[in-house]
Ligand binder design. Sequence first.
Ligand SMILES: Cc1cc2nc3c(=O)[nH]c(=O)nc-3n(C[C@H](O)[C@H](O)[C@H](O)COP(=O)(O)OP(=O)(O)OC[C@H]3O[C@@H](n4cnc5c(N)ncnc54)[C@H](O)[C@@H]3O)c2cc1C
Ligand SMILES: NC(=O)c1ccc[n+]([C@@H]2O[C@H](COP(=O)([O-])OP(=O)(O)OC[C@H]3O[C@@H](n4cnc5c(N)ncnc54)[C@H](O)[C@@H]3O)[C@@H](O)[C@H]2O)c1
Length: 445
Amino acid sequence: MSQTYDYDVVFIGAGHGAFDGAPALTAAGKKVAFIEEDRVGGTCPNWGCNAKIILEAPTKLLTESMQSQGIIHGAHSLDWKKAMERKQAIIDGFAPAIQKGMEMAGIHFIFGHASFKDAHTVQVADKTYTADKFVIATGQHSHRLDIPGKEFLHDSKDFLSIPEVPERMVIIGAGFIGLEAASIMQTAGAKVTVILRDQQALPAFDREYSDQLCKALTKQGVLFLKNTEVQKVEQNGSSYSIETTTGSLPANYILDATGRIPNTQDLNLDQIGVEYDHKGIIVNDFLQTKQPNIYATGDVLKKDVPKLTPTATFESQYVVAHILGEDKEPINYPAIAQTVFTMPRLAQAGVTIKEAKANPDQYDMIEQDTLDDWYRSVDFETPGQRTLIYNKTKQLVGVIELSDKAEDVVNALLPAIEFGYTKAQLKRLVTIFPSIGYSALDNLG
Ligand SMILES: Cc1cc2nc3c(=O)[nH]c(=O)nc-3n(C[C@H](O)[C@H](O)[C@H](O)COP(=O)(O)OP(=O)(O)OC[C@H]3O[C@@H](n4cnc5c(N)ncnc54)[C@H](O)[C@@H]3O)c2cc1C
Ligand SMILES: NC(=O)c1ccc[n+]([C@@H]2O[C@H](COP(=O)([O-])OP(=O)(O)OC[C@H]3O[C@@H](n4cnc5c(N)ncnc54)[C@H](O)[C@@H]3O)[C@@H](O)[C@H]2O)c1
């Protein structure tokens, strides 16, 4: 290590953008610290993916049990309090386990809010720490609507600790968080209304597929209010009245799911010349900011790829390899799979339908009804659809699927999409039968 600095590398934030890559630095002899102002592990383990999927699991079981009625008899019910306790008990283990793992790898922890004094120095409370290199991995926080009565709205962090199932739940925003919450709570017993300010839910996905997902959720009882802006919320005893551009509606719990904002605030970035805008920190192809010794990873980055945990992991590992001189090439993102964990799930990877339609000279599309494959009836799956996208040399380059098992199907096809396998090459795979992986690879159009 250069003698002039306290550390070789300091990560600001201890989420996936930090902890997935950092141990390779200490293994290579570097002195590393994490600065964290909240829970070690960041959003995903504490109030994101893991918390959500643990809470979703019993509602998924309930859905599957309803889908199997006629074979399995009797109504099942969900004990929300127990489901929440179970979620919390699992979640509580993550932060200490991640911290212990990092400390065993030789990484120091500094707790508090970091802000830059100069390109090699940060301040945390009344102390300063210097480093040769910094990695800003500060993630995002929830966007909050600025309307009268905003104090009655909850964000996703609150929602993931919601103590009981409300009678009427209103969700503002129909992105990932809004629809996943809608799916969980409608199944758990709430009457859910989702308010969209425009027409399409989930703009990251093809319109036909997101409309199909909304239709499936509508069938389960979720109400969608499109082209509606929320104007004001008022408290009426223990419930609320929401005034919108299309009328007013009552609610016992309101989730503001109108997006997430990069944590660029209070870092003193302007003073040290690190550029950013409302979408995040601006970096070059090596994930370096305008100050080459300061990198950024994860959700805080301004980027075109989806802001997901595995993307943060990929970037964390890339930055570490770049710092160590092991990877001198610009970052080369692979195909990134993404899923909305509703029931049914909506998942995709690779070339999208929009891209394929815009370039018919480059791509062919095959549309499939998932229930045409007998195996998809085994687990009482509901009707679903899939589009496979091939290039003109017959390599599988993209997939989108709406079905109860869409995430497993897309994961099974991801190696083909990333490595450019043709249908003929995929036919060489002798997979386990019967299984969803077999089903995914056996129905390639
Ligand atoms: C409700 C929800 C569900 C999600 N579900 C999924 C999912 O199913 N699958 C998926 O792939 N992704 C999901 N995501 C997205 C995923 O959580 C993020 O992509 C991932 O956590 C990004 O990791 P990160 O390290 O960039 O940021 P974070 O995990 O947010 O970590 C940033 C850390 O930096 C700390 N920090 C911020 N500023 C400072 C400062 N100045 N000083 C010190 N510390 C600071 C924060 O306290 C935080 O711990 C979900 C997100 C949410 C909100
Ligand atoms: N399953 C997953 O992988 C998963 C789950 C949850 C979150 N995430 C990640 O977290 C991030 C944030 O998710 P999100 O759902 O908060 O954001 P999002 O961008 O997916 O959705 C926000 C929604 O709010 C709407 N909106 C914005 N402003 C509004 C307003 N003023 N009034 C009404 N509606 C408004 C938008 O039109 C959009 O539909 C995403 O990057 C996503 O990748 C991923």
